[in-house]
Each structure stands twice: as C-alpha cells, then as structure tokens.
Design a binder for this molecule. Structure first.
Ligand code: UDP
Length: 237
C-alpha cells in the first residue's frame, strides 16, 4: 500500500473509507530532534492502544478527536485532517525543556496548568512560539488559538484524573490539533508515553519516554506497564 507520509514514529496510509487515514505505529524511537535514535520493542503496539483508549475516553467526555477505531494491535483508523502547525504543550510540573530553559528544578509544581506552543517545523527544531507570533505567521487565528487552549486544558483535567485513578501523575504532554474538511477543530496525532510525562504516584518513577531519552533502563517494561494501567479498572481517588 502506498504511504501518504512516514514520520519518526508512525506511517500513514490511505484509509479504506473516504476521508480516513490508517495510522501504523512503529517501534522506532527518536529524541532531541532526531539526534538520538533507537528502537523500543513493542512501543508501536503500546502507543496505538494507549492512544485509542485515551481518544475514546476524551470523546466520551465531549472532546472531539480524529479517532475512528482500532484496526489491529498497531494500527488505528482516523479521520483525515489538516494539521494545525503548532505543538500544544500543557505542563502541571516543571520538567524537561521548561526546567532547563528557566533554570528551575525538575518536579516543581506549577501554580496553574501552563499552555505553551511550539511551531511545528523540523528544519527549525520546533521553536517555542508566542501566540502573537503564531497569529502574525498565520498559523492560526485568535478564535482558533482560544479554542485550542480551552480544549488542551480540558484534556489536561480529564487525563489528569484518568491517570490519577491508575496510580500515575500526568506531569506534562504534547497535543496536536487538526481541522476536518468542514473546518471543525479536533484533537489529532497521538497521546502516548512518547508524548506525555507520567510519574508513578508516590515514588516519582519515570514511566514514559524519559527512560529512553535519559538512558534510565527498563524502557520496554515502563511502556507495557502504562498500557496495563490504561486497560485496568480505575481505582477511586
Ligand atoms: N513532547 C513531544 N514531542 C515533542 C516535544 C515534546 O511529544 O516534539 C512532549 C514530551 O514528551 C513531554 C512534553 O511534550 O511530555 C514536554 O516536553 P518538553 O518541552 O519538556 O521537551 P523535552 O524534554 O522532550 O525536550
């Protein structure tokens, strides 16, 4: 089957139904803008199933997404969208690039969930961008940015609660949004341990791609454990 696009972690193929795309999740892993490369056995299957479960949960709570259904262990069917060229990051604690950029210790709880935007542009290394610059470059309009911000914060509330019931803390995550042909904004891409930081409640153990980025070991095991938690019955908190 002819590929529509191949990225670092996924391959897109035309879907069997009009207006759809089949997403295949790979085991390949990259970090630091592609400077670090490797493979995480079973990652594709975990990311597909975690993303599917989270998209279903969000849809059930009123967040529109591109998700249609799972096709196999490693593949899902999604609606074809035009991706808004912004990476939308929500942070509950300082970590990663935020902690480095502002010289604060990783783990500091932020007084409110912070929304940041990066300009999706590989050649430029996805630079941080302020809302005014995004408007000036025509990446989105004011209403679009306001909608994206509100949806991202709603996703933070829903997923923060979802993971808390499974013994994991949602530290930060990255979202991408797209527009359906009729213009409606929907959540797109993936939501997986590649795109979220999840810390074990109590110990702070890293249960996400930081195990790969920082050579912490137990990478495959952490991904499998996140899938297990996502599929398990939630506990009351
Ligand atoms: N993230 C992502 N893709 C990116 C950059 C970041 O999915 O290209 C996610 C990352 O996994 C983390 C959050 O967004 O959950 C914030 O990442 P950060 O800006 O701290 O960058 P990093 O530490 O990954 O360089």
């Amino acid at each position: 089957m002819e590929k529509l696009y191949e990225g670092k972690a996924k391959i897109l193929y035309p879907g069997a139904e009009a207006g759809t795309v089949r997403v295949y999740f790979k085991d390949e892993a990259t970090a630091f803008n592609g400077q670090k490369r490797g493979e995480i056995a079973g990652k594709g299957a975990v990311n597909n199933q975690v993303s599917a479960a989270l998209f279903r949960h969000l849809e059930a709570h009123g967040v529109p997404t591109h998700f249609v259904r799972e096709l196999s262990e490693r593949e899902m069917l999604v609606r074809r969208v035009e991706i808004v060229p912004l990476e939308v990051i929500v942070r509950n604690r300082a970590a990663g690039s935020f902690a480095r950029r502002y010289g604060v210790e990783e783990g500091r709880v932020l007084p409110f969930p912070l929304v940041e935007f990066s300009y999706k542009n590989d050649a430029l290394g996805d630079p941080l961008i302020c809302e005014e610059a995004a408007l000036a470059l025509g990446l989105a309009d004011r209403e679009g940015l306001a909608d994206i911000r509100a949806l991202a914060l709603r996703v933070n509330t829903l997923l923060g609660d979802y993971f808390a019931r499974r013994g994991l803390e949602l530290v930060d995550f990255k979202l991408e949004f797209g527009r359906l042909p009729e213009g409606r904004l929907v959540l797109a891409d993936e939501i997986s341990p590649d795109t979220m930081r999840l810390w074990e409640v109590g110990t702070g153990e890293r249960m996400d791609k930081d195990r790969f980025r920082r050579d912490l070991g137990g990478v495959e095991e952490a991904y499998q454990e996140v899938l297990r938690r996502v599929l398990e019955e939630p506990k009351p908190v």
